[in-house]
Design a protein around this ligand. Sequence first.
Ligand SMILES: [Fe+2]
Ligand SMILES: [Fe+2]
Length: 227
Amino acid sequence: MPLSLAHQSLEELGGHSSVLARQRRDHAELDRLMRHCESTGPSRAERRATFQEIVRLTFSHAFAEETVLWPALRRLVPDGEELTARVEEEHQQINDLVAEILSTEPNGPWPERLVAEAFALIRQDIRDEEDVLLPRLQEALGHDAVRLRRLGSAWESVRRTAPTRPHPAVSRRPPGNALAGVPLSAVDRARDALSPLTGPRGRRLTTALTAAVLAACAVAALRHRRR
Ligand SMILES: [Fe+2]
Ligand SMILES: [Fe+2]
């Protein structure tokens, strides 16, 4: 049974820029943000702002996993299909829950039960990756630091330009997710930058914008399939 990333030194992970070290750093940051959100200290506004940060980090991180890491795992590991199907299912559940949380009234009561459910799933996803999937990927790459760093750079470049919000209707696998990723990322990052895009008017505008982008992606996917 390969050793969990949680119990490996930075050197064993392949160094600072290895995909395994990058994953573990993001997971630790997510854990810190979730604990802050759950603590009694922050005001309502601060809790919401921390939750938005968790959303941005979770979705860009997961999109890059689905685009770069899980296809590699399916190619390299005999039971990769089964392993990645499980985390894709977790990602889908997190997607649906976070979309539900973000659709609640911003000035209404804090959706504690839904947030607790989403955080439990994110923690489960982190454990599955650090204890099972990523050590299997490390093993399949022969613990080769150069290959782990190369994969780290590929994952990081996708993460930097990935969508930052939930899109439950978008495919979890390439090419569907990759085709939708670029335009959705533009919409998400515009929304992140334009914080006044909140409230019912903002949500209507964003829903219309996202629907237009998804329609464009569906057309692009059809063209891609016909080629
Ligand atoms: Fe991860
Ligand atoms: Fe994940």
